[in-house]
Ligand binder design. Structure first.
Ligand code: NAP
Length: 348
């Protein structure tokens, strides 16, 4: 199949790689073509990079793998979707997102499927072809689902069909089926419970929040590093940030909050001219400011664990983090909580 992958970040690059390995022609697209080109060069034959409309023009299948807030923008620029199967993998945490129904109504010539939105990119990258396989849920229009079913198997996962376009709400953030790797048997049991009203919806960040309440590391540098990574990643390709991270880490004193909080204006200016760092003045200044605010938080609560312990739930903690820290949006908080919680669980 000819597949256009719109968005070459974590989810687009991961799923695109799996389909490429399964023998498909894959064209990666984004606003900045540097990342799609790097991916195409790395994968070689059958992998390409193109603008969004050029990639869609030659595609049978389109994967939407851009931030939830960019979905309408990317589809507006995509050219005709008629006759194509469009798989929507985008999520928008907490905010308003276009539902599959709205997308299907806005672009009636295409077949619409919601899939690949329920497992983290890391799980998709590292745990494909596992036995028994993890489930990838899908919902949408009938013919389009047949194509998506094959593509889910090609990627190394087991498709579990939740139903039509309206049923896509069962796999949205907040559902117990979201961000919950399940074997086929467990998935069928849980879907039955969800349909009978027996399984409650959960806050998608509840598990991460709970880990942080119980096991947040004592070293504030660990939290500060995740916080700063969320700041630098805002609106940028994660791979660009990942490649620069060792340099950024050095420039910011391995994220020792005390050391960063005391950076002088001259030192900040030097960092702004340092080629190892992403030279975005607002983000650099936000990082220094956040070190100061983190120190104030530590003074106020006496530690990171008591800070998280002071909130009744993840929603309250997320809202406070957004209010408290500069340059931290909804997806930044999401990144911060999930990655800090992974670290907490690993006992680092
Ligand atoms: N990460 C996960 O584990 C995961 C799992 C399941 C679902 N998802 C969902 O998948 C989507 C992407 O997440 P991600 O983590 O892969 O994000 P990401 O790493 O930040 O990548 C986003 C990609 O979208 C491109 N992009 C952004 N705005 C665009 C626009 N208007 N037109 C064309 N391309 C655009 C970006 O490149 P340019 O900035 O150069 O355009 C980048 O290549 C999100 O909706 C997320 O909720 C993520």
């Amino acid at each position: 199949m000819n597949i256009a992958v719109l968005g070459a970040g974590r989810i687009g690059s991961t799923v695109g790689r799996l389909w490429h390995a399964a023998g498909h022609q894959v064209t990666f697209a984004a606003r900045d073509l540097a990342e799609p080109r790097a991916l195409a060069a790395e994968l070689g034959e059958r992998a390409h990079a193109a603008t969004v409309p050029d990639s869609v023009a030659v595609a049978d299948v389109v994967l939407v793998a851009v931030p939830g807030s960019a979905v309408s923008d990317v589809l507006k620029n995509a050219g005709s979707l008629a006759g194509r199967v469009v798989i929507d993998a985008a999520n928008q945490m907490g905010g308003h997102r276009l539902t599959l129904r709205q997308l299907a109504d806005a672009y009636p010539g295409a077949g619409w499927v919601r899939a690949f939105n329920t497992l983290q990119a890391r799980v998709l990258a590292e745990e494909n072809h596992r036995q028994p396989p993890w489930v990838v849920f899908l919902s949408g229009t009938e013919t389009a689902k047949r194509t998506a079913t094959k593509l889910i198997r090609d990627a190394g996962f087991e498709p579990v069909d939740l139903g039509g376009v309206e049923d896509s709400q069962l796999q949205e953030p907040g559902s117990v089926l979201w961000n919950n790797p399940l074997t086929p048997n467990d998935a069928h049991d849980l879907v039955a419970r969800v349909r009978s009203g027996d399984a409650v919806t959960v806050d998608p960040l509840a598990e991460a929040f709970d880990k942080l309440r119980k096991h947040a590391p004592d070293d504030p540098a660990l939290l500060f590093e995740h916080l700063s990574r969320a700041v630098f990643q805002a609106g940028m390709g994660w791979r660009v940030v990942a490649a620069k991270w060792p340099g950024i880490r050095e420039a910011f004193h391995r994220f020792d909050p005390a050391r960063v909080a005391s950076m002088s204006p001259g030192e900040i200016e030097r960092v702004e001219g340092d080629t190892r760092v992403i030279r975005n003045r607002a983000k650099i200044e936000a990082t220094v400011e956040n070190a100061r605010r983190l120190r104030a938080l530590l003074d106020e609560y006496g530690g990171i664990r008591p800070y998280f312990g002071s909130f009744p739930d993840a929603t309250a903690a997320s809202a406070d983090l957004r209010r408290r820290f500069a340059f931290l949006g909804e997806s930044g908080v999401h990144w911060l909580l999930l990655h800090a919680a992974d670290e907490a669980a690993a006992g680092r």
